[in-house]
Design a protein around this ligand. Structure first.
Ligand code: FMN
Length: 351
């Protein structure tokens, strides 16, 4: 599978997820078979102005490659400048792809004509992508929605405009901006876009299981499937999807031991990445997702939210694991894999 000059080994990708697809999580997802990962959306303006905090969002470990950095912004000149800044980084810090966010529905972003608001301005989309592609050493891609609302579902027109302007792939979250994360994704529109363009089309929206992933590939003819919420606390979803796709094999869900070990490892990587104080804060949501569905997980979540240090969090996770092991390590007792439910609070900030 290829996007321009970038090849990846399987059609299953980790979505850009603000506040979730941090570098440690991307590493875990790659280890479990995600073939391509993305940073969360990063401000093009911040990069163009050389803001240090913005560059922090662009850091990644070599093990994460291939990786896309996703930019948000609306000014073609600023988007091109941010692209140039990323391409001027030393080779080991340069991403494999640069993606443009054209799907974020939140007011703060769309009020500045960025994110999903770009879907209302196809000439601007053309200008942004053309200018980025002109200066970029790596493929430029875009992640879009079906349109602004039910009366303006212009996904086919936008996909064509992206291709004409030099984008080398398009990922489609099959909802309009008005739909945010509600209802069911309209996969048939991914198929329509696929038939209209020659660049790779990546489908996205509501893929939660092995069956969903294969159904999306078959029903839409898309070239890749991007998973977001299904991977919260469950990077193994990529391993399961790939085993089912490659061999028709259905792998078991991760055990409690695997999940808590992953939580501890995620925490250790996070400490290395952002330091102890920020790690303790950032990891609360991830730990809540890792324990979701395990016995007494609601109480465990409450306790995690009251921790103030990495040590406390580690101790809590180790104690919980010991407790579960004495019970014979049940895999899950409260239903299926973690799903969007755990991430509701994230939806308000989502793309
Ligand atoms: C917490 C959260 C953060 C998100 N952040 C981004 C983002 O930074 N950029 C983006 O293009 N999409 C973002 N999205 C949208 C997802 O990439 C994806 O399109 C959406 O969740 C639908 O896919 P899913 O059903 O597999 O979750 C976010 C979604 C969530 C839930």
């Amino acid at each position: 599978m290829r996007i321009g000059s970038v090849s990846y080994e399987a059609p299953f990708l980790l979505a850009p997820l603000a506040g979730v697809s941090d570098s440690p999580f991307r590493q875990l997802a790659r280890e479990q078979g995600a073939a391509l990962v993305y940073t969360e959306m990063v401000s093009a303006d911040g990069l163009a102005r050389g803001q240090r905090a913005t560059f922090d969002y662009c850091r990644f470990d070599p093990a994460e490659r291939p990786i896309g950095i996703q930019l948000f912004g609306s000014d073609p000149g600023v988007m091109a400048e941010a692209t140039r800044v990323l391409c001027d980084l030393p080779a080991e810090q340069r991403p494999d792809l640069i993606d443009v966010n054209m799907g974020c529905p939140v007011r703060k972003v769309v009020n500045r004509c960025a994110g999903a608001a770009l879907l209302n301005d196809v000439p601007r989309i053309r200008e942004i992508v053309r200018r980025m592609a002109e200066v970029s050493m790596v493929p430029v891609t875009a992640k879009i929605r079906l349109g602004w609302d039910g009366n303006s579902r212009n996904v086919v027109e936008v996909s064509r405009a992206l291709e004409d302007s030099g984008a080398q792939a398009v990922a489609i979250h099959a909802r309009t901006r008005a739909e945010k994360f509600e209802g069911t994704a309209h996969w048939e529109m991914i198929g329509e876009a696929k038939r209209a363009v020659g660049i790779p089309v990546i489908g996205n929206g509501d893929v939660r299981s092995e069956e969903d992933a294969l159904r999306m590939l078959e029903q839409t003819g898309c070239d890749g499937v991007m998973l977001g919420r299904a991977a919260f606390g469950d990077p193994w979803v990529f391993r399961r999807v790939r085993a089912f796709h490659e061999r028709g094999e259905r792998l078991p869900l991760p055990s409690a031991g695997e999940r808590l070990a992953a939580g501890l490892r995620h925490l250790a990587l996070m400490v290395r990445d952002v330091g102890r104080e920020a790690a303790a804060r950032e990891m609360r949501k991830h730990v809540a997702w890792y324990v979701k569905g395990l016995p007494r997980s609601a109480a465990m979540r409450d306790q995690v939210n009251k921790t103030h240090s990495v040590e406390e969090m580690e101790e809590l996770l180790r104690g919980y694991l010991a407790e579960l092991l004495t019970w014979g390590e049940p895999a899950r007792d409260e239903g299926g894999p973690p799903d969007s439910g755990a991430g509701r609070e994230g939806l308000v900030a989502a793309g």
